[in-house]
Ligand binder design. Structure first.
Ligand SMILES: CC(C)(COP(=O)(O)OP(=O)(O)OC[C@H]1O[C@@H](n2cnc3c(N)ncnc32)[C@H](O)[C@@H]1OP(=O)(O)O)[C@@H](O)C(=O)NCCC(=O)NCCS
Length: 210
């Protein structure tokens, strides 16, 4: 069968390179630096983020009280997973949140991106979009993903707008899929094809550390 170029539903030269510690490296976009996360970053501040009801309002971590030991075990397990890329997000050297690529499907060339700023003071400044663009840049350029997906609760307007700003398209809606303190909510499914990246609203400069 003839290979189709990217963007026409086919795959030519995809390389899923998780070798060399999953090919992890630092990647930056605008003011955000994503650095591979290490267990030492699990401090009481990090755990407080996870337990903050504003931060976790639309995150699954809200269902259980988070502890240092539990968070440490979670982060260590994610770091050990061969196909999960967990990043710490920094602005001017300050640790402000995390981004993750996981649910990697090698036969399809897809993964899911997830993101969170625990430092609420940075919300609304456009940094979330930079964080997700940096993670997508890593997924497409370093791993060779064909498509990246994301899911967010219908009421999570910031997340919804952020994903659209990053070029994601709304692909589906799971009606009343989850329960929140305000009642049932939809889960919106988004997707971004490598062929649609980078697009006009991406900052011109991305930088890998190596
Ligand atoms: C989701 C999150 C990362 C957004 O980060 P952020 O830095 O505030 O996002 P940005 O500033 O890049 O905003 C992206 C877009 O959303 C809009 N937006 C942000 N917060 C909004 C809000 N509360 N209501 C409406 N629009 C909002 C912004 O205006 C921007 O659009 P614009 O450039 O057209 O103005 C941050 O709110 C967060 O960490 N929340 C808690 C964890 C979470 O919910 N993670 C996502 C799970 S799916």
């Amino acid at each position: 069968m003839k290979d189709k170029p990217r963007g026409e539903g086919g795959v030519t030269a995809i390389r899923y390179d998780f070798s060399n510690n999953r090919n992890m490296c630092a990647v930056s976009c605008g003011q955000i630096l994503l650095d591979p996360m290490v267990a030492a970053q699990v401090t009481s501040t990090y755990v407080d983020w996870l337990n903050d009801t504003e931060v976790n309002a639309y995150l699954e971590v809200r269902h259980h009280r988070q502890t240092i030991d539990g968070a440490m075990a979670y982060v260590a397990a994610k770091i050990a997973e061969p196909h999960t890329c967990l990043f710490a997000a920094y602005e001017n050297g300050r640790f402000i949140g995390t981004a993750k690529l996981d649910s990697f499907r090698p036969y399809h060339g897809t993964a899911m991106v997830a993101f969170m700023f625990g430092e609420k003071s940075v919300w609304g400044r456009g940094l979330g979009s930079q964080m997700v663009m940096a993670a997508c840049h890593f997924g497409f350029q370093r791993i060779g993903l064909r498509k990246i997906n994301a899911g967010c609760y219908g009421r999570n307007i910031a997340s919804h707008k952020l994903l659209e700003k990053c070029g994601f398209s709304l692909e589906g809606c799971q009606t009343d899929q989850v329960m929140t303190k305000d009642g049932p909510d939809d889960v919106l499914i988004f997707g971004l094809l490598a062929s649609a990246y980078p697009h006009a609203s991406f900052p011109a400069a991305f930088a890998d550390a190596n």
